[in-house]
Write a protein that binds this ligand. Structure first.
Ligand code: NAD
Length: 451
């Protein structure tokens, strides 16, 4: 099939190259000429493991291009996928990008004669595709229902694992209100062996929120248990989770071998959830529930606990260091998780902001955040970005680990002792062994570990 995708962000680009790899002809439409040029030269505008390789392969096979020509790209395709951003503004979903794109697609379709499918992939609250996208699209295109098919195809990819998730998804969800568009849109996935779940539009929309909010709930539950464990002398939450995870419902025996389910990663105490999805999706669904006059105490608490969790890290630091004013604090990790360069709503931003507010001298390091390119999110803060993690540790009064990047997990206690002014290490991800660190002479503190 010929496919146009609006949006060249994580979802648009990853979806585009995966569909091109499956044999379709794809045009990804972006807004900035410079970004489009970069993509056409085989370099993704963000870091995602393996993406540049597959991008170059599909470009070489002439199955993929990026373009700023929205109208022509739509007219020359059979289906258009909407993969633009849906941020929250004042805790409510901001549909301005979706609305603008619906109008642009409609205007382009005004000039097209043959049947066309429009699929919303952006995460949108239930009812959006039917009540917001459809009227704009139909008005602008002047088409009748039989001439344009409308689908909702939520995306479940995880940054850092996005290619595998897009190439080999667990399930494909296609929400529609007519069987013709469902049948035709499903052809895009004829190479996939996973189940295709057909449903109506609002159920498809809701399923994405529920999948994300369940993960957020597990993370906040784990944060809350960590806060209690820290006040329960002798309790180590890392061991508690190891014991819980050993339940065969979390880690079943498969062919005589213990297999740990991926969901287990959300059931351990850390810095809380971040990134471009869980923080905004939890808030958007809560706002939607409020509009429906449905109270959601669990979701409300999930958000409140998560807002608090980065502050627990600052508390651990100030309990260990004392007054933070003038103290040099090394921050290891800025991204919301390893294997991405995404720092949107990362817990590290709250920690860094709070440290600066308390007068600390903050030196950050992250393997995906170059020292020469201070991220926009940190512009207003007086912080230094170190080129190497050891530069951040040099002469530091304390170090706090916020992202479990592999290189940090390999730092030995001796290196902290050698480089730092005082060997205080706060482990926000429970990657170090407390007894090894304490025995080596580190003043070790961690989430969920009683003092
Ligand atoms: P993103 O912000 O990285 O990318 C969106 C892109 O759309 C931006 O580059 C923006 O410039 C572009 N855009 C907006 N309007 C446009 C227009 N009129 N023409 C051309 N381009 C336009 O967002 P993302 O992370 O890719 O997420 C996109 C959607 O998918 C969101 O609704 C998000 O919630 C959802 N989602 C994201 C992920 C993820 O891990 N990032 C996973 C699943 C679902």
């Amino acid at each position: 099939m010929n496919v146009s995708i609006i949006g060249t962000g994580y979802v648009g680009l990853v979806t585009g190259v995966s569909l091109a790899a499956a044999g379709h002809h794809v045009v990804c439409v972006g807004r900035k000429q410079e970004k489009v040029r970069e993509i056409n030269a085989g370099t993704a505008p963000f870091y995602e493991p393996g993406l540049d390789d597959i991008l170059r392969r599909v470009i070489a096979k002439r199955r993929f291009t990026a373009s700023v020509e929205l109208s022509q790209s739509i007219i020359s395709s059979d289906a258009t996928i909407v993969a633009v951003g849906t941020p929250t503004v004042d805790s409510a979903i901001d549909l301005s990008q979706v609305k603008e794109v619906a109008r642009q697609i409609g205007e382009a379709l005004y000039q097209k004669r043959s049947y066309h499918i429009v699929a919303v992939k952006s995460t949108v609250v239930p009812g959006t595709t039917e009540s917001v996208v459809r009227p704009i699209l139909m008005n602008a295109s002047g088409k009748s229902a039989g001439e344009v098919g409308l689908c909702m195809n939520p995306e479940f990819l995880r940054e850092g694992n996005a290619l595998e998730d897009a190439l080999y998804p667990d399930r494909i969800v296609i929400g529609t209100s007519d069987s013709k568009s469902a049948r035709m849109y499903a052809k895009l996935f004829s190479n996939n062996t996973c189940p295709i779940i057909f449903t109506n539009l609002p159920t498809a929309e809701m399923s994405k929120y529920v999948a994300n909010i369940l993960l957020a709930t597990l993370v906040s539950f784990s944060s809350e248990i960590g806060t209690l464990a820290a006040q329960a002398p002798g309790v180590d939450v890392a061991d508690v989770w190891r014991i819980v995870h050993a339940d065969s419902r979390w880690s079943p025996m498969v062919k005589g071998k213990r297999v740990t389910a991926g969901i287990v990663n959300y059931v351990r105490t850390g810095c809380g959830y971040g990134g471009s999805c869980l923080p905004k999706d939890t808030k958007a669904l809560l706002h939607y529930a409020n509009q429906k006059r449905v109270s959601m105490p669990m979701l409300t608490s999930t958000i409140a606990v998560n807002d608090q969790q980065p502050k627990e890290l600052v508390k651990l630091l100030s309990d260990s260091v004392g007054d933070l004013r003038g103290k040099r604090i090394a921050v290891l990790g800025l991204t919301f998780k390893p294997l991405t360069d995404d720092i949107r709503k990362s817990p590290a931003l709250t920690v860094v902001g709070e440290l600066v507010k308390r007068g600390a001298q903050v030196v950050c390091h992250d393997p995906q955040i170059p020292a020469s390119k201070k991220p926009e999110e940190l512009h207003a803060l007086t912080v230094t970005i170190a080129k190497e993690y050891w530069d951040a540790l040099e002469d530091a009064d304390a170090a706090v680990l916020l992202t479990a990047w592999d290189i940090y997990t390999k730092i030995l206690p001796q290196e902290f002792l050698r480089r730092m002014k005082s060997p205080i290490v706060v482990d926000g991800r429970r990657v170090y062994d407390p007894s090894t660190f304490i025995k080596a002479g580190i003043r070790y503190a961690a989430v969920g570990l009683a003092r």
